[in-house]
Design a protein. Structure first.
Length: 304
C-alpha cells in the first residue's frame, strides 16, 4: 500500500451557528460558537488517515494556542507531523464560518499557511505508488514544486483547486487527478456552470479543461453524486440521500478518501464510490476535521 502526502493548510475553524445567514449590514442572533480543527490540507489528511492510509501532512502552524491545539489533534489522528513546522512569523491559519440551514459561509485568514514554501515540500520522501495531494490554501508555486517532486518519484498527484483561483497550464499539466465542484470547474474552464446543468454539459466543460489526454477530472456535485472524465472514459457515481447538518469539509473528506483508496491501488470507479459515501457521512456531523468517518463507517453504507 502506498502512502498519502498532503501539502496544505492547517486552520482553526471558528464556527458560529444561526437560524439564518445575515444580510449585508445586518446582525442576527447566533445559537453557539464552536472551535473545530480545519484547513483543507489538515481535513484531507485526517480523512485519509482515519480511512487507514499512512498519512503525512506538510504545512505550517503559528506559535500560538491554536497551533498547539491543532498539533495535538492531528497527532491523535495518527498523522505523521514530521514535516509540519512552527513559525513565529505569522499566526496559525483561521477560518471564520457561519452555518445556517445546513449551508455555510467561510472567510479564511491564511496566516502561517501563506509561508509554506518550496523548501517545505522538496524534502518529502515520496516514492512510486504514493499519492501527493494539495489544494489552493497554500501558495501555488509551492504546489507546483511539490507536484514536480511527486511526478519525478512516480507518485500520483491529486489537486483540489479550492478556493478557486486562476492557475497556469504548467501547474495543471502536473496534475494527474483534478477534484473540484461544478462552480470551480466553470471558473477554471472559463465556462459558467450551475447546479441545473446536465451531466453531458459538465463533462464537455471538463474535457475543455483537460491538460493531458490521460488526466482525470472528478466533479463533485453534492447530493447529485460525482462525474468523472478519466482520459476519455466517463464515470458517473450517483448521490446518496442524507440529511445534511453541516457541509463544511465535505469536499475535503471526498479528496482524502479518494487519496486513501488510490494509495491502496483501488480502481478509480470504486474509489470514487467510496469517497462519495465517505463525504455523505461527513455532512451529517458538525465540524470539518472531526466529521471525517472511519473505514468501517463507510463500508457499512456501501452496497454489498
Amino acid at each position: 500500500m502506498g502512502r498519502v502526502f498532503v501539502a496544505g493548510s492547517i486552520n482553526m475553524d471558528v464556527v458560529a451557528t444561526a437560524d439564518r445567514h445575515p444580510k449585508v449590514g445586518e446582525t442576527v442572533a447566533g445559537r453557539q460558537v464552536l472551535y473545530f480543527p480545519g484547513g483543507k490540507g489538515a481535513n484531507q489528511a485526517v480523512a485519509a488517515s482515519r480511512l487507514g492510509a499512512r498519512t503525512t501532512l506538510i504545512g505550517r502552524l503559528g506559535k500560538d494556542s491554536f497551533g498547539g491545539e491543532l498539533k495535538a489533534f492531528l497527532g491523535e489522528q495518527g498523522i505523521d507531523l514530521g514535516y509540519v513546522q512552527e513559525t513565529a512569523e505569522a499566526h496559525t491559519g483561521t477560518a471564520i464560518i457561519t452555518v445556517a440551514e445546513a449551508d455555510n459561509t467561510i472567510v479564511v485568514i491564511p496566516g502561517a499557511n501563506g509561508l509554506v514554501g518550496a523548501d517545505d515540500v522538496e524534502v518529502v520522501p515520496l516514492l512510486a505508488g504514493d499519492v501527493a495531494v494539495s489544494q489552493f490554501e497554500i501558495p501555488l508555486p509551492t504546489i507546483a514544486a511539490f507536484f514536480r517532486r511527486a511526478r519525478a518519484a512516480g507518485a500520483t498527484t491529486v489537486l483540489n483547486p479550492a478556493p478557486a483561483q486562476a492557475m497556469s497550464r504548467e501547474l495543471l499539466a502536473l496534475v494527474d487527478i483534478l477534484v473540484l465542484n461544478e462552480t470551480e470547474l466553470g471558473f477554471l474552464a472559463g465556462s459558467g456552470l450551475s447546479e441545473s446543468d446536465e451531466a453531458a454539459r459538465i463533462i464537455a466543460v471538463a474535457r475543455q479543461l483537460q491538460a493531458r489526454e490521460d488526466q482525470t477530472i472528478c466533479v463533485t456535485l453534492g447530493k447529485r453524486g460525482v462525474l468523472a472524465l478519466a482520459g476519455r472514459e466517463e464515470i458517473a457515481v450517483p448521490g446518496r440521500a442524507v440529511k445534511a447538518l453541516d457541509t463544511t469539509g465535505a469536499g475535503d473528506c471526498f479528496v482524502g478518501a479518494l487519496a486513501a483508496q488510490l494509495a491502496d491501488d483501488v480502481p478509480l470507479r470504486a474509489a470514487l464510490a467510496f469517497a462519495n459515501a465517505a463525504a455523505s457521512i461527513s455532512v451529517q456531523r458538525m465540524g470539518a476535521g472531526p466529521s471525517m468517518p472511519t473505514a468501517a463507517e463507510v463500508a457499512a453504507v456501501l452496497p454489498r
